[in-house]
Design a protein around this ligand. Structure first.
Ligand SMILES: C[S@@+](CC[C@H](N)C(=O)[O-])C[C@H]1O[C@@H](n2cnc3c(N)ncnc32)[C@H](O)[C@@H]1O
Length: 256
């Protein structure tokens, strides 16, 4: 399963960087801003599920010289992320599973920042606890992820409907019950503009979260889905405003 996800993101990496990274930039700014806006303890900043590492420019700008470590499962993503990190000596990118962090990070980190990775992990609540356990006292956790239903109307909603995938929200409830020091747990919505429905569909399937579908079900299935998507979609430019969930927590000195 993990391997299948990694290979799908390998194939999607370049297209993801070109299409989604600029569109998701406001959420990356939210996530990074929640750790750079306050004083941090010493220690590295971890970025689980860093993908091509869009979090990096703002992190190095606001935390110059700080050790920053990206972690991603996909070799294709890691290749692009390492190229972005190459001119920053204190930045490195590890290829690996971020669902459970290595014990060497326990209590060692100044911050953990993650954007749009948590919802893909098999056990999001477990991962969140593992990321929080990496913090030093005073360290900050900032995680942005897509909930089961990020919008009622728009391309993400249409795609879920056509795939007959009712949103699975079971994992979202109680997500923060194992966390201490939760400072923020809120929806953050920003507009996304797609030039048209066809471009949006193709990006979603070739370079986005539905890439495994293409690999699994093949081109004929995807063509049928595309035709129905275009039939139901508005003509011309498509602007929507999906809402992500943003959790910010601070580890206090008394936390376990
Ligand atoms: C939607 S991308 C987000 C990338 C980046 N944070 C951003 O905001 O653009 C999700 C990333 O999570 C990675 N990923 C999925 N499962 C993972 C896991 N178990 N461990 C580490 N990375 C994982 C994928 O390889 C992909 O690069």
């Amino acid at each position: 399963m993990t391997d299948r996800i990694a290979r799908a993101w390998d194939a999607a990496a370049q297209g993801y960087d070109a299409y989604y990274v600029p569109r998701f930039a406001p959420w990356v700014a939210d996530a990074v801003g929640a750790v750079t806006g306050s004083a941090l303890p010493d220690g590295p900043v971890l970025v689980p599920c860093c993908g091509t590492f869009p979090e990096l420019p703002a992190l190095v700008e606001h935390l110059p010289g700080r050790e920053i470590v990206g972690i991603d499962l996909s070799a294709g993503m890691v290749r692009i992320a390492r190229a972005a990190a190459a001119r920053h000596p204190a930045v490195s990118v590890l290829e690996g599973d971020a669902a459970t962090l290595d014990a060497r990070w326990d209590g060692a980190c100044a911050a953990v920042v993650s954007v749009f990775g948590l919802q893909q992990l098999p056990g999001p609540a477990h991962a969140l606890r593992s990321w929080a356990a990496a913090l030093r006292p005073g360290g900050r956790l900032s995680v942005v992820f897509w909930p089961g239903r990020p919008e009622l109307d728009g391309p993400f909603a249409l795609m879920s409907e056509l795939l007959g995938r009712p949103p699975d929200r079971t994992w979202e409830d109680g997500l923060t019950s194992g966390l201490t020091g939760v400072e923020r747990d809120e929806e953050v919505a920003h507009p996304i503009t797609h030039p048209d429905a066809a471009t949006c569909f193709d990006a979603h399937v070739r370079s986005g979260p539905l890439r495994p579908l293409l690999d699994e079900k093949g081109p004929a299935f995807v063509e049928g889905l595309r035709a129905e998507f275009l039939r139901r979609a508005p003509a011309g430019e498509w602007v929507h405003r999906p809402g992500a969930r943003h959790i910010v927590a601070v580890r206090d000195s008394g936390s376990p």
